[in-house]
Design a protein around this ligand. Structure first.
Ligand SMILES: [Zn+2]
Length: 242
């Protein structure tokens, strides 16, 4: 009996060690995109603020993306979020997914992997729907995560979920409702994310390190700078670069 109990204790002990190690070494998920061609060059398009069921010139932009994509022979496409207006997806069976993505980006050159993050409008719907792998069964190009890393040899991309940083979405939502499941408690989420990004940037040996997110850190556009990112994210990028 004694031997049996210590056996069970050992099993429980191993389980505890295993679970604590996996949580304390949480890392950003990684994807690989081998560069094409002997020179190791890379071609990609970046688009954001797009899902309008083809309206607001979305189809026109898609047409031009298809043409330039043909010339560049793209490796992949990056989406910086606000993937589906006005309020993200209502669920994984929301027809907006096909109407704004599959049926709009039809050019042959755009039939590549799309790497996407979420924008603030995406958080106004069922956020987890966009992250659900089931969407890849509808359109295999789709890959959307909150934060992740893409290693493309000459360049490494660090995709960052920037919406949770922005105070006004929490303090003055102006009639909008946000789906913050998976984000709250917010301070922990941001602290863990910044730690993971800093570690990943430090460990990266890629020639180009490219950080992708929905909100501009600095911008001359009408939204201007994002002060929360200037304060919390920019110092990390500066330390890692210097
Ligand atoms: Zn936005």
């Amino acid at each position: 009996m004694a031997a049996m109990s210590s056996f069970f204790l050992l099993i429980i002990g191993l389980f505890l060690v295993f679970t604590t190690t996996t949580t304390s070494f949480a890392e950003l998920e990684r994807f690989e995109e081998p560069a094409k061609g002997a020179d190791g060059s890379l071609s990609f398009l970046v688009v954001g603020d797009w899902g309008r069921r083809g309206t607001y010139n979305q189809s026109q932009v898609s047409l031009q993306m298809g043409k330039i994509g043909e010339k560049l022979d793209l490796n992949f496409v990056i989406s910086t979020g606000d993937n589906f207006y006005d309020n993200g997806l209502a669920g994984t069976n929301d027809p907006n997914f096909e109407e704004s993505f599959t049926k709009v980006y039809t050019a042959k050159s755009l039939q590549k992997q799309w790497y996407s993050v979420l924008g603030n409008h995406d958080y106004r719907g069922d956020t987890e729907a966009q992250l659900d792998p089931i969407l890849r069964k509808i359109d295999s190009r789709w890959l959307c995560l909150r934060s992740f890393i893409l290693n493309a040899e000459i360049a490494e991309f660090f995709f960052i979920d920037t919406s949770p940083f922005v105070d006004s979405y929490f303090n003055t939502p102006e009639g909008h409702t946000y789906d913050w499941r998976g984000v709250t408690p917010r301070n922990n989420y941001i602290a863990n994310l910044l730690k993971d990004v800093e570690t990943a940037l430090r460990e990266s040996s890629a020639k180009w390190k490219i950080v992708v997110g929905h909100h501009a850190i600095r911008s001359a556009g009408h939204h201007g700078d994002t002060p929360e990112l200037v304060k919390q994210l920019l110092p990390i990028l500066q330390v890692v670069i210097n």
